[in-house]
Design a protein around this ligand. Structure first.
Ligand code: NDP
Length: 331
């Protein structure tokens, strides 16, 4: 029986990085102690950078299989924690960057990087959540761990129509928070309201720098996915003692601001990383997602594509043109 499977393979030449759907065999897979039959992966912002060849320090060795997350079924395992037939999910650990990832029908990885698929979540739903959705949950957990609770006032989500933003809006609304979504796409206002936002803040309202380090106290919390001027302005608009979960840089990595909101209003800037997140906190976040993210909201933010669509979709996500979550059906 042939062990050939399909993968989106990146190769490098003098002309740059090229992505093409290619047949591989299990002998081509890298070392690892668990082999997974992948069912779904997703397109995250970081995947857009890798597939598009904006490699930076993300992926350096070619040929390379991108895809920073996947869900599927264990096919073979040399690790006592997993056996054939187990459903698993993987996010982070530099899979899809330094190591081969989920844009393939098979993946071989280190068992330490896997999490058992939480009961109540299908592989497709797990990947509709994906790295972006897990990060949204990590942000909300961090905000709550720092005292945010429903009834404190509106919570701002920036880059709201993107992947992290959409999941954050849906979870916060379901938890009973008043949610304000900041977006540069006014045509997505109804989409965001359907997910649970009650207020839409145009991106332009936060895009111009101000000399005033403090503005009116408005937000009881913030999930920030864009950084830059939007984050700088938001810092000056936080309520006394409120926190911002800072997880993204969709507008670029710069943050030109002052420490005044931190010193005079006790604002907390919380850094959120999903990649090296310890196992126990990952599990906590995945299990919480099952409880607090309505599946019909998750379905409403998802589109599906195949491996061959990814090069074009990678350009779209870098241009801020993907709405919600793009699930990749690798089969
Ligand atoms: P998406 O592209 O799906 O969402 C990003 C959103 O940001 C866009 O939809 C758009 O929202 C907004 N945006 C895009 N360009 C700009 C701009 N120039 N200025 C202001 N806003 C902009 O990406 P993801 O949701 O997958 O990821 C969001 C960010 O979070 C990325 O920077 C990503 O790298 C980061 N991230 C970090 C993780 C971590 O572990 N810390 C994990 C996952 C993601 P709208 O149209 O609504 O304005």
């Amino acid at each position: 029986m042939s062990d050939t499977f399909k993968a989106l393979l990146l190769t490098e030449s003098d002309d740059g990085v090229t992505a093409a759907v290619t047949d591989l065999t299990t002998d081509d897979l890298p070392e690892g102690n668990v082999t997974v039959a992948v069912e779904y992966s997703t397109l995250n912002y970081k995947d857009g950078m890798v597939v598009n060849g904006n490699i930076g320090r993300l992926a350096r060795k070619f040929p390379h299989v991108p895809g920073i997350d996947f869900a599927g079924t264990v096919e073979a395992s040399d690790d006592a924690r997993y056996k054939p037939g187990d459903k698993v999910v993987l996010t982070g650990w530099r899979v899809g960057e330094m190591f081969w990832g989920g844009y393939a029908q098979k993946a071989r990885v280190n068992a330490d990087w896997l999490v058992p698929l939480p009961a109540g979540l299908s592989p497709r739903h797990a990947m509709t959540v994906g790295t972006a959705g897990l990060t949204a949950m990590l942000c909300i957990q961090a905000l709550e761990d720092h005292g945010m609770k429903p009834g404190d006032g509106p919570v701002l989500v920036t880059g709201a129509a993107g992947g992290v933003g959409s999941v954050a809006v849906a979870i916060l609304a379901n938890l009973g928070y008043e949610v304000a979504g900041s977006t540069g796409r006014p045509e997505q206002a109804d989409y965001l309201k359907d997910l649970g936002a009650t207020q839409i803040v145009p991106r332009e309202a936060l895009a111009e720098p101000t000399k005033k380090p403090l503005e009116g106290e408005t937000w009881a919390g913030c999930v920030d996915t864009v950084a830059g001027t939007v984050l700088a302005r938001t810092m000056g608009q936080m309520k006394y003692g409120a926190s911002i979960a800072c997880c993204g840089l969709a507008s670029g990595p710069k943050l030109d601001t002052t420490v005044v909101p931190l010193l005079l209003r006790g604002v907390n800037l919380l850094g959120i990383d999903s990649v090296m997140q310890p196992y126990d906190n990952r599990l906590r976040a995945w299990n919480r997602i099952v409880d607090v993210l309505p599946m019909e909201k998750l379905d409403a933010m998802a589109e599906t594509c195949g491996l061959g669509d990814l090069p074009a979709k990678a350009k779209d996500i870098l241009a801020g043109q993907v709405r919600g979550r793009l699930v990749v059906d690798v089969n």
